[in-house]
Design a protein around this ligand. Structure first.
Ligand code: PLP
Length: 408
């Protein structure tokens, strides 16, 4: 049975107290999730028992390390129902998106072409395209976000046409919490010959992802948001698209043979691992995938839906709050952000922090979205498998404290 109170015990940091002995209530999982003991142990075990460089040297540790690295890569790919040769390990979502610029877009997008993205994107899926478009002389267009905080599908259909080379969009918005219909959009895009990049930073931790069923061409994710370590994530690439890409890092580990005149390269995906990989973090991410798989992603998503629904219902009772994003919990995932009327988000977060509650305040790397709606800054509470309804009750009591302090 999925019980977040039992799951909490797997995460040692959640035992901590902060701010003069207040029990930690961690509601900042969209920024980064906490790590279960199983993930921490896997990294400690790797370094205490197996550490050696991969591929190199015929000795016991090198052999163990290489086998662990490949096994971990298989586990991670399987978690996304993808093939191992469709996964390129990356440091995080940001690196994965930038890698698409260098590995694919450089050769396939040119003057006059269009990159289509949305007004709700995290800067990580916006700035790389803006900079690329300026450099290449192509244009960038944005699909509108509606007043209720959803992707305007009519606007998307209008803007999606021949000449649009890529749709780059988030699966789940880290500010609006809204889920975007990426499977439907991938189908529409492929009809006009457009490729689709999905920023899965906020969906991978909560939704069961089947890369092939989603139908997109690229799917970027960060391990640290899905109870895995920092410094490891990945880019899933449709096998057919791999044929039209090239690595953007060259060097040791990714070659077959090198002469002074020329080089032949390893097969995909090894051709995309230049230099020493972060083996310990890869092993740690595989442990995170195993942990989530054991909980069952169907249970994880159900738990998240209950939390989002509960949080929305409790927060909307507070008249001073304006919740951003759709009010229908079924359209959301992972987080709820709000504005406290007349009190700056940083002040809200500071008062909550004094009660031991960790939330995020600011623009959450979505400045254009905040500017569009003239929000200034928002406060975001975000969840993961260890979040309980009681955590949300503590948040609600913390918000009452804001009322007391500011008298409004
Ligand atoms: N995309 C979205 C939707 C995010 O929420 C984030 C991080 O919060 C990112 C991309 C960037 O993730 P990372 O910092 O792990 O690269």
């Amino acid at each position: 049975m999925f019980d977040p109170n039992i799951i909490k015990k797997d995460f040692p940091i959640l035992n901590r107290t902060v701010r003069n002995g207040k029990p930690l209530v961690y509601l900042d999982s969209a920024a980064t999730s906490q790590k279960p003991q199983a993930v921490i142990d896997s990294i400690v075990e790797y370094y205490t028992q197996h550490n050696a460089n991969v591929h190199r040297g015929i000795h016991a540790l090198g052999d163990e390390s290489t086998r662990m690295f490949y096994a971990a890569r298989n586990t991670i790919a399987k978690f996304f129902s993808a093939d191992t040769n469709e996964l390129i390990l990356m440091r995080n979502t940001t690196e994965a998106i930038n890698a698409v610029v260098y590995m694919w877009a450089e050769d396939h997008v040119s003057v006059g072409d269009v990159i289509l993205t949305t007004e709700m994107e995290h800067h990580s899926n916006l700035v790389p395209w803006q900079v690329f478009a300026k450099r290449k002389g192509c244009s960038i267009e944005y699909v509108r976000v509606t007043e209720s905080g959803e992707l305007d599908m009519a606007d998307l259909k209008k803007k999606l046409r021949k000449g649009v080379k890529l749709v780059a969009m988030s699966h789940v918005s880290n500010t609006l919490g809204v889920m975007n219909p990426v499977a439907e959009i991938s189908k529409l895009a492929h009809v006009v010959g457009t490729l689709v990049l999905v920023d899965g930073a906020q969906s991978a931790p909560h939704l069961p992802i089947d890369f092939h069923k989603l139908g997109c061409d690229f799917f970027a994710f960060s391990g640290h948001k899905m109870v895995g370590p920092m410094g490891i994530g990945g880019l899933l690439v449709r096998a057919e698209v791999f044929k039209h890409m090239h690595p953007f890092l060259y060097g040791g580990g990714m070659i077959n043979e090198v002469s002074l005149d020329t080089t032949t390269f390893a097969d995909v995906p090894d051709a995309y691992i230049a230099g020493t990989p972060d083996v310990a973090s890869t092993v740690g991410l595989a442990a995170a995938c195993n942990y989530l798989s054991k909980l069952g992603m169907e249970q994880v998503v159900k738990h998240d839906a209950e939390l989002v629904s509960y949080a929305l219902n409790q927060l909307k009772k507070i008249s001073q709050l304006h919740i951003v994003g759709p009010m229908d919990a079924r359209k959301r995932c992972g987080s709820v952000a709000f504005i406290y009327d007349g009190v700056h988000a940083h002040d809200v977060a500071q008062i909550l922090d004094s009660e031991g509650i960790a939330v995020r305040s600011g623009h959450h790397c979505t400045m254009p979205l905040h500017a569009k709606f003239k929000w200034g800054a928002t406060t975001r509470a975000s969840f993961n498998v260890y979040t309980t309804k009681e955590d949300i009750d503590v948040l609600i009591r913390g918000i009452q404290k804001v009322k007391e302090v500011f008298g409004k």
